[in-house]
Design a protein around this ligand. Structure first.
Ligand SMILES: [Zn+2]
Length: 481
């Protein structure tokens, strides 16, 4: 039978706030290299009498992320206690927002194909803030507990069942990652556990309206692992249904090494967690002015940017990828274009020689030897016709090597542009040898144009400005009798 695949996601993004959510302990972005239990206090260790206090920055960051996801913020909300026992949960409960999440009804637009043409929209059902657990490591026949991560802030995002393919899921997650990075709320690096995704999958016969029973797959730490896990689960459920079996609602752990998954726990519901309003924290009451303040910090959505690059600037996918996947590069590009309105030329040098150099040396744009002002001056020299392409390449290489001013480099390297006089002399030479060329051009046969421009470029060692050569030929055509 043919089935339709329905997927929805539960996502956790680690916020990059300075402190944990309810105490002042440092919220490191990578805990693996730290000595265990060095970032703890009575609050995040759940000592009797120690009370949580909501810290401002994690809340600010969460709200910024929610607004960037297009969510509606509920000014009145509260925290809930989700009770369960795990050795790495020192309080014996997690502080979350079940009954009244601060925001609902978001939506995220993203492109599903590599060319950034076909777009999709996924609805966000609920996004709320909660605390992370500590970390347990099974070793030497026992369990080692590290509470450095306990109480650090997470945003949980639950989508509507709007996905049908792994390709859509991965494209959405990449967009979510960009949104987190552009808004500086977190790096959302999957391999570092800063972006965790649970995939809920169900199948239904194509004629059926109601959803099938879903399973949830956890423990995937890369986009490719998610793709493999979805393919596996769809195949597994298809086989069960085709053989007349029933899908059990269960949580499955993915074992990517063996390419399979296993049952972690079967059906569970909210009853098991004994949710109730957190008595140690007052209800959350946000005022409109505060929300507005944060709204102003929200970065324009990556979707709008990608659309602008493709339709308005006419960039190809290589340019778009290079500019969109690196926040620093994107900011540099946007700031430069705001000042020097030539996106194509600005991107050409950034994506080409500059990015290649940064990759080679494993550096970032902040380490580039020249200033952004010098970069704009360089673009200006190209636009004025003072630097032909061949020379521009030499100047850019020199700027990257030495950080020198483009004009200084031109003077020192004798890269003086070929002036109108010299171009005219070359044209005299070419048309003198082949007067037919000019005659053809005069009568509207433009074929020889590129040949003539090419000849001038060749004779001037690539140092002439093609625009200027073109202009001078046009002049001759117009004055020819
Ligand atoms: Zn603490």
């Amino acid at each position: 039978m043919t089935y339709q695949t329905i997927i929805w996601l539960e996502i956790h993004i680690k916020l990059n706030s300075v402190t944990k959510l309810f105490c002042g302990c440092a919220n490191e972005q990578e805990f693996d290299d730290l000595e265990a239990n060095t970032h703890v206090c009575p609050v995040c260790m759940g000592q009797p009498g120690a009370l949580p206090v909501l810290y401002q920055q994690p809340l600010d960051k969460a709200i910024q992320l929610w607004l960037a996801l297009g969510c509606e913020i509920d000014a009145q909300s509260h925290f809930d206690r989700k009770s369960y026992f795990y050795p790495d949960l020192p309080l014996g409960y997690q502080i979350t927002q079940l009954a009244r999440p601060t925001n609902i009804d978001g939506k995220v637009d993203f492109f599903v194909d590599k060319e950034f043409v076909e777009s999709r929209t996924v609805r966000i059902r609920d996004a709320h803030i909660e605390t992370d657990t500590g970390k347990s490591t099974h070793q030497w026949g026992g369990v080692l507990l590290d509470f450095n991560r306990a109480g650090t802030p997470l945003v949980e995002i639950v989508t509507d069942p709007d996905f049908h393919t792994a390709e859509e899921v991965v494209a959405f997650l990449k967009q979510l990652q960009r949104i987190a990075r552009y808004n500086n709320v977190g790096d959302a690096d999957m391999e570092k556990g800063q972006l965790r995704v649970d995939v809920n999958i169900s199948l239904r016969p194509e004629w059926q309206e109601e959803y099938g029973i879903r399973t949830e797959t956890k423990n995937m730490n890369s986009f490719s692992a998610i793709t493999r896990a979805i393919a596996y689960e769809v195949a597994r459920q298809t086989e069960v249904l085709d053989s007349g079996g029933h899908i059990e609602q269960e949580t499955r752990g993915r074992d990517d090494a063996s390419g399979t998954s296993y049952v972690m726990r079967s059906k569970e519901n909210a009853m098991d967690y004994r949710y109730f309003p957190e008595p140690d924290l007052p209800p959350l009451d946000l005022d409109e002015a505060y929300i507005q303040e944060i709204r102003e910090l929200v970065d324009e959505w990556p979707y709008a940017r990608i659309l602008q690059y493709r339709t308005e600037y006419g960039f190809n996918k290589e340019y778009i990828n290079a500019l969109i996947n690196d926040v620093e590069m994107n900011t540099y590009f946007a700031t430069t274009v705001a000042e020097w309105q030539d996106p194509a030329e600005t991107a050409k040098r950034l994506v080409g020689p500059i990015q290649r150099r940064l990759w080679d040396q494993e550096k970032s744009l902040g380490d580039v030897a020249f200033t952004r002002e010098q970069y704009v001056a360089f673009l200006q020299l190209i636009a004025e016709g003072s630097l032909a392409n061949a020379q521009a390449k030499i100047v850019m290489k020199e700027m990257l090597d030495t950080g020198q001013d483009p004009t200084t480099i031109i003077e020192e390297k004798w890269l003086k542009p070929v002036g109108e006089d010299e171009i005219s002399a070359r044209l005299d030479q070419i048309f003198g040898d082949k007067p037919d060329l000019l005659e053809d051009l005069k009568w509207g046969n433009m074929k020889p144009m590129w040949f003539v421009v090419g000849q001038v470029m060749k004779l001037s060692g690539g140092a002439a400005n093609p625009g200027m050569v073109n202009g001078l030929i046009q002049k001759r055509i117009e004055s020819w009798e």
